[in-house]
Design a protein around this ligand. Structure first.
Ligand SMILES: Cc1ncc(COP(=O)(O)O)c(C=O)c1O
Length: 435
């Protein structure tokens, strides 16, 4: 039997067990399919044979509609740094909801929230709020273009900055650039250059060779797509130097990496960009985005000044998200970062050891509270392997494989549970591969 056939049989068993455990989710998927294309409204969380439908989260756990409790290591794609329904965040949201959720005016809490962000993130002297990380990156690029008077942007191949067509380009199989999704006008690629993660020299050269047309370089300072990874030594520093020399703005997308410390990846690695986009955790679990940077750059959005970029948004800085955001940020002390990092480190090394012991074709990566696993480069049946693993973990009570994050409400015993689950799942997989 080929590897694909052996894996296919193992996958079939995992999918069968998953179906047996989740009939309520399967039924909702069918109902949803009648009104949502493919039952979906967020492609990044859908899965075969059907996604899970949840109805409750509490602390580190999440329950699906069939009553299955799972440890949640997805944490809404890393956003829920305090797990589910944290009492202090829930109280802040309830109190604010009772006073009103949004109005066509400002609120004191928006100022407090902005002060917290400016006080924490080294590059942010002025901040503006939005409703998603996608919007934050989109606005940030507009501001960079207005400030520099140039249109070009250098992004890294494979990097994800949300579903905004200004960034939805990747390397085409035969070389050159291609839209990474349908619906992106191909002529937008005229504004885009592609660099490679870790290729400091190549990116620096592209910056200096294209200085007169580049507004900005954008990257996640901690690799956040296709597997979590810390930046190779010197990579961020080299981009900082090259952009400063060329008068090109350096933009960090820290939508995920604000998890890495009070000052995000820029605080952790000591490289300060000109502007930063945020999202996920700063909303305390509610929809959010924000971007900010040097006061002189951000002044192009100042309606009381020479406003070059007009930015509106009905729900920007709505008091409900602001209340959740402030409550969540207050809970994020240096001790909390230290704790989620320590748990993340245990999870990462425990998973890597379990993979190594069984010589599985998997690679475990990450940093801080973020851990990911991916099929080894070149492994023939990567999709089958990764989908099967995500189902097998879910069947045994762990949700989120292979993009994992720890949260402030997790304890060492939760990590022990994940590692016990991993031992069982990986042993089954190894047996299937050897059979
Ligand atoms: C690095 C990064 N940037 C931007 C985004 C987009 O954020 P949102 O989903 O809130 O639009 C994401 C989402 O996962 C992300 O991981």
């Amino acid at each position: 039997m080929s590897v694909e056939e052996r894996l296919g049989r193992w996958y079939g068993e995992a999918a069968g067990e998953y179906r047996r455990l989740t009939p309520g989710s399967a039924a909702l998927f069918v109902r949803g399919g009648g009104v949502l294309p493919g039952g979906d409204t967020r492609y990044s969380i859908t899965t075969k044979p059907h996604p899970l439908y949840f109805e409750k989260g509490e602390g580190p756990y999440i329950w699906d509609v069939d009553g299955n409790r799972r440890l949640d290591l997805n944490n809404n794609s890393t956003a829920l740094i305090h797990g589910h329904a944290h009492p202090e965040i829930a109280a802040a949201v309830s109190a604010q909801a009772a006073e009103g959720t949004a109005w066509g005016g400002h609120s004191p809490i928006e100022v407090e929230w902005a002060q917290m962000i400016c006080g924490r993130v080294p590059s942010i002297e002025r901040v503006r709020f939005a409703n998603s990380g996608t919007e934050a990156n989109m606005h940030m690029l507009k501001v960079a273009r207005a400030f520099t008077g140039r249109d070009g942007v250098l992004k890294l191949d494979g990097a994800y900055h949300g579903t905004y067509d200004g960034f939805e380009f990747a390397a085409a199989p035969g070389g050159g650039l291609a839209p990474s999704t349908g619906g992106v006008p191909s002529n937008l690629s005229a504004n885009v250059l592609l660099g490679r993660w870790g290729d400091a020299e190549g990116a620096a050269r592209m910056v200096s060779d294209n200085a007169e047309r580049l507004a900005a370089v954008i990257l996640t300072p901690f690799r956040s797509a296709g597997g979590f990874a810390e930046p190779p030594p010197g990579f961020l520093e080299s981009l900082r130097e090259a952009t400063a020399e060329a008068g090109v703005l350096l933009l960090f997308d820290e939508v995920i990496s604000l998890r890495l410390g009070t000052g995000g990846a820029q605080g952790r690695y000591g490289v300060v960009p000109d502007m930063t986009a945020l999202g996920k955790l700063i909303g305390g679990g509610l929809p959010v985005g924000a971007f900010g940077g040097r006061a002189d750059i951000m002044s192009v959005t100042d309606p009381m000044g020479d406003m070059k970029v007009a930015l509106a948004g009905t729900f920007n800085a709505n008091p409900l998200t602001a209340a959740a955001g402030v409550a969540g940020l207050r809970l994020l002390t240096p001790e909390v970062y230290e704790r989620i990092d320590r748990l993340g480190g245990r999870l990462r090394s425990g998973l890597a050891e379990a993979v190594e012991e069984r010589r599985l074709p998997l690679q475990v990566e990450g940093g801080g509270s973020l851990v990911s696993a991916a099929a080894e480069t070149g492994f023939a049946a990567a999709d089958l392997l990764m989908t099967g693993l995500s189902l097998a973990f879910a069947n045994r009570g762990v949700f989120g494989f292979p993009f994992l994050s720890t949260s402030s409400v997790m304890e060492d015993h939760h990590i022990d549970d994940v590692l016990d689950t991993a031992a069982a799942v990986f042993t089954d997989l190894a047996a299937a591969l050897d059979s």
